[in-house]
Design a protein around this ligand. Structure first.
Ligand SMILES: [Zn+2]
Length: 105
């Protein structure tokens, strides 16, 4: 479904619409080389850039289309964050302290 409307009509047109909950993994990427940028499922022409926290660089669940300004909330944000951090459960090297017995004098 390609939307061929004039981009000028779409500019900021959804800025006051309520947020839409979406699954980021199900959205269409803008090109095959990006993991994060998605095509806006509402206007079909804008891009969702996926914002990060300025301090922690964590991915943020709230995003807005750069064109129509539709607000989206990613429902799979926890999974995306975990994947980015290389969630490796139970793969921590256990530190076994080798305690040598005191030498008899
Ligand atoms: Zn849009």
């Amino acid at each position: 479904m390609t939307n061929q409307e004039d981009p000028n009509k779409l500019l900021m047109c959804n800025r006051y619409k309520p947020a839409i909950r979406v699954v980021h993994a199900a959205l269409q990427r803008t090109d095959e080389h990006t993991y994060y940028k998605s095509v806006c499922p509402v206007c079909g022409q804008g891009t969702l850039l996926f914002a990060r926290d300025q301090k922690t660089f964590d991915l943020l669940p709230d995003d807005r289309c750069v064109l129509c300004a539709q607000h989206f909330v990613y429902t799979d944000i926890d999974r995306l964050r975990a994947a980015e951090k290389g969630d490796q459960d139970g793969d921590q090297t256990s530190r076994t302290v080798d305690q040598t017995a005191p030498v008899d004098s």
